[in-house]
Write a protein that binds this ligand. Structure first.
Ligand SMILES: [Zn+2]
Length: 478
């Protein structure tokens, strides 16, 4: 693939709109040259509208897409996260490499349509449903890689350390057997996945990389956590962990370790800029301060946290502490970052009875958004900038966005989108998040290649048909 040259009437750069922008990619699918205020050169592709960077979906369990919309019926008085999880396991145990590939490819096309150009898969499906290993230990991981390549989205695979059902349980429950992976397994799968996708040349079709994950402090023996930390010495990829999503998990962690999960991880001295704390819903000021001091980021999943009744993350406190905040679609009930950002802000408005909670007035005293480009009085811009930079780091990228050296991903806004008509372009980002369901992404580029053109995905009919067959296999046709 050779590089390409594009011109956009406007582009979101360094936290603001710039006009008349030339963007050039190199043969590796990265931005090699970007300049604003340049008239359109004659030999340049004119993009149809203003452009934004694509965002990273920093937390997904692709198989749960098959369950979206099917867990909204009340069946008993105690319906909560844990009863949802038991039902979710029924799906987990019906998934095969073939139907996972179909479910994930459909999801990934939806994520592209939702404005994501990279997805981090927190991947704990490892074995057959009875716990027997597949002949190829990466069978389900490669199903996700194939799905990403088919859809044209970047993928960060995060094999998950998962060994026990809880602090007081020595092993997994029978319905969790296919999740089992110790520290050595996780390390090996991450290394093997990277080696295999590089050798197979898959990495040249879509960008694929691997990190590490820990299901939760409750789901791994302390000795295994120590072992994984030792193996990861010098490892540069991301390390993700679910933390403090549910209050019951906090209570159990305090009983077992004397500390809550974030406090326990911080006390080990392990947290650093590679770490991503997923959810971190129920945390105190000391835990937020410890996270900020370590350089770790948090991944918030507002639509799933709302769907599961997790509680409200303290978004203003994370922003004020200058911690990276990225977005995850998690259970995939929503596949759109505009909706996630809307919920991130609306949750705080509902809780605090205020508006524009996640923005900062111009010239605000004590601006602590030090690592971020500028104080953002526009709420959508404030949250978008955090999700842009934080999401890139969550996927293992040092830079992310319309920057020279970053991956050449972008979203072309459809200037004819009904929700944007008549609005000043300076407010389009706010309008994209807080007005109109719309279908605003006309074209989507991933690593210098077009994944969507004029709203169309080249393989959508085949991918949709395979998804429908997989759903029929899982749920029947009634
Ligand atoms: Zn999760």
């Amino acid at each position: 693939m050779s590089g390409s040259r594009h011109w956009a009437p406007a582009a979101w750069m360094d936290g603001a709109w710039q006009r008349s922008v030339v963007l050039e990619t190199d043969a590796d699918g990265r931005w090699s040259h970007i300049a604003a205020g340049v008239p359109a050169p004659p030999d340049t592709e004119h993009l149809a509208g203003p452009v934004l960077p694509g965002l990273v979906d920093a937390h997904s369990h692709a198989f749960q897409r098959a369950f979206a919309g099917l867990a909204e019926r009340r069946t008993d008085d105690g319906d909560d996260f844990w009863s949802w999880r038991d039902r979710m396991y029924e799906v987990a145990n019906a998934v095969t490499p073939e139907n996972l590939r179909a479910i994930a490819a459909h999801l990934y096309v939806e994520l592209l349509r939702g404005g994501y150009t990279q997805v981090c898969e927190f991947h704990y499906l490892q074995h057959q449903a009875d716990g027997t290993p597949y002949a190829d230990p990466l069978a389900l991981s490669m199903a996700l890689a194939d799905a990403a390549a088919d859809a044209g989205i970047g993928l960060t695979l995060l094999p998950v350390l998962y060994e026990r059902a809880g602090f007081s349980a020595p092993s997994l429950r029978p319905d969790q057997r296919r999740f089992h992976a110790g520290a050595g397994d996780v390390w090996r799968r991450s290394q093997d996945f990277s080696a295999r996708v590089t050798a197979a040349g898959r990495a040249s079709r879509v960008p694929l990389n691997a990190g590490l994950a820990i299901h939760s402090v409750r789901a791994a023996a302390q000795s295994s956590l120590v072992e994984l930390h030792r193996l990861a010495h010098g490892f540069e990829g991301p390390i993700h962990v679910h933390v403090s999503e549910q209050r019951a998990e906090l209570r159990d962690c305090v009983v077992a370790t004397g500390r809550t999960p974030v406090a326990w991880l911080a006390a080990q001295g392990w947290l650093d800029a590679r770490w991503q704390l997923v959810h971190a819903t129920h945390v105190d000021a000391a835990e937020i301060a410890a996270t900020a001091a370590s350089g770790a980021g948090v991944v918030l999943c507002p639509s799933t946290e709302g769907n599961l009744g997790d509680g409200f993350a303290d978004v203003p406190a994370w922003l004020a502490a200058d911690v990276d905040v990225s977005l995850g679609s998690d259970s995939n009930v929503t596949r759109c970052w505009r909706e996630e950002l809307r919920w991130m802000e609306y949750g705080q408005r509902l809780k605090l009875e205020r508006r524009n909670v996640c923005a900062q007035p111009p010239g605000a005293a004590g601006n602590v958004q030090a690592r971020h480009a500028r104080p953002q009085p526009d709420t959508a811009a404030s949250l978008f900038e955090r999700a842009r930079a934080g999401g890139g780091r969550a996927a293992g990228h040092a830079t992310w966005g319309l920057l020279v050296g970053a991956r050449a991903d972008l979203l072309v806004i459809d200037p004819d989108d009904p929700g944007l008509l008549g609005l000043p372009q300076a407010r389009w980002l706010d309008a994209l998040v807080f007005s109109s369901p719309g279908r605003p992404w006309r074209d989507v580029m991933v690593a210098g290649r077009w994944a969507l053109r004029k709203h169309h995905h080249a393989h959508v009919e085949r991918i949709s048909a395979a998804f429908a067959r997989a759903m029929a296999e899982l749920w029947g046709r009634d």
